[in-house]
Design a protein around this ligand. Structure first.
Ligand SMILES: N[C@@H](CCC(=O)N[C@@H](CS)C(=O)NCC(=O)O)C(=O)O
Length: 224
C-alpha cells in the first residue's frame, strides 16, 4: 500500500508536513518520497509538474489518484485507513463538528501568516505600503489571539481529548508561527499546545530538516 504512494515535498512547508504526519499516524511506512528544494525551484521541475500542475509542494499520489491538496490527502487517508494506526476522527458529533471547524479555520491562520512573512514576495516593490504591512500584522495578531483563546481549556489537543485530524492539519501552522518568532510568553496556551505535541513521534520524525538550523526568520513574528 505505502509502496503505491509518492510524496515530493519541500522542507518547512506546513501542507507537506501534514501529509507526512498523517502517513506516520496511519503506519504507512516505506512510501516513496523525495525532498526537493524551493531555492533551486524544484517545485517547478517536470517531476513535480507531472503530479501537481501548479508546480507546488506537496505533490502526492496514491496509485493513480492525485491528492496534491494536503487536506484532500489527509481526509482520503483517514477514510481509506480508518482502522489502521491512530483513530483520528471522533465518534461524537459535537467533537466531530468542532474538529472539522478548526481544521478549516486553519486556512485563515496560515493565509494570514503568509501575508506577513511573504509580503515582499507577494507584492511587487512599487506596490508595497507600510500601511498594508501594518494591517497584515494586525490581522494576524487578531487571528493568533483567537487561537490562543481556543486553546484556553485544551487537554493537550486542539479539539477533544485525543489527537485528531485537527491536530494533524493545524499543528504545522502553529509550529510555523513559533519557528518565525512568535513569543511563547505572550501566547502561553499556544506555547503549551506546541510544546506538548512537538515530540510526538509522527511530528518529530518529520520535523522540517532545515528548521534544525537557526535562521534570521526566527524574529519575523516577534511583535505579533
Ligand atoms: N493548497 C496546497 C498548498 C500548496 C502550496 O501553497 N505550496 C507551497 C509550499 S507550502 C508552494 O509550493 N509554494 C511555491 C509556489 O507556489 O510557487 C495544500 O494545502 O496542500
Amino acid at each position: 500500500m505505502a509502496q503505491d504512494m509518492t510524496l515530493l515535498w519541500g522542507s518547512g512547508s506546513p501542507p507537506c508536513w501534514r501529509i507526512m504526519i498523517m502517513l506516520e499516524e496511519k503506519e504507512l511506512k516505506g512510501y516513496n518520497q523525495k525532498l526537493l528544494s524551493f531555492e533551486k525551484k524544484e517545485h517547478k521541475s517536470k517531476e513535480v509538474l507531472d503530479i501537481n500542475p501548479r508546480g507546488q509542494f506537496p505533490a502526492f499520489k496514491y496509485k493513480d489518484y492525485i491528492l496534491n491538496e494536503s487536506y484532500a490527502a489527509c481526509l482520503f487517508l483517514e477514510n481509506q485507513f480508518k482502522s489502521q494506526g491512530t483513530k483520528l476522527t471522533p465518534d461524537c458529533p459535537k467533537e466531530l463538528a468542532l474538529m472539522y471547524q478548526r481544521m478549516f479555520e486553519g486556512f485563515s491562520l496560515l493565509e494570514k501568516t503568509g501575508y506577513v512573512l511573504y509580503y515582499d514576495l507577494i507584492v511587487p516593490e512599487n506596490e508595497r505600503h507600510e500601511s498594508a504591512r501594518t494591517r497584515n500584522k494586525e490581522a494576524l495578531t487578531t487571528e493568533v489571539k483567537l487561537w490562543e483563546g481556543y486553546l484556553a481549556s485544551s487537554s493537550g489537543f486542539l479539539t477533544g481529548k485525543t489527537f485528531s485530524l485537527s491536530d494533524v492539519t493545524v499543528f504545522p501552522n502553529i509550529a510555523y508561527l513559533f519557528r518565525s518568532g512568535l513569543c511563547e510568553k505572550r501566547y502561553p496556551n499556544l506555547a503549551k499546545y506546541y510544546n506538548g505535541l512537538k515530540d510526538r513521534p509522527s511530528i518529530k520524525a518529520n520535523w522540517p530538516p532545515h528548521w534544525k538550523e537557526s535562521c534570521e526568520c526566527q524574529v519575523l513574528l516577534k511583535d505579533i
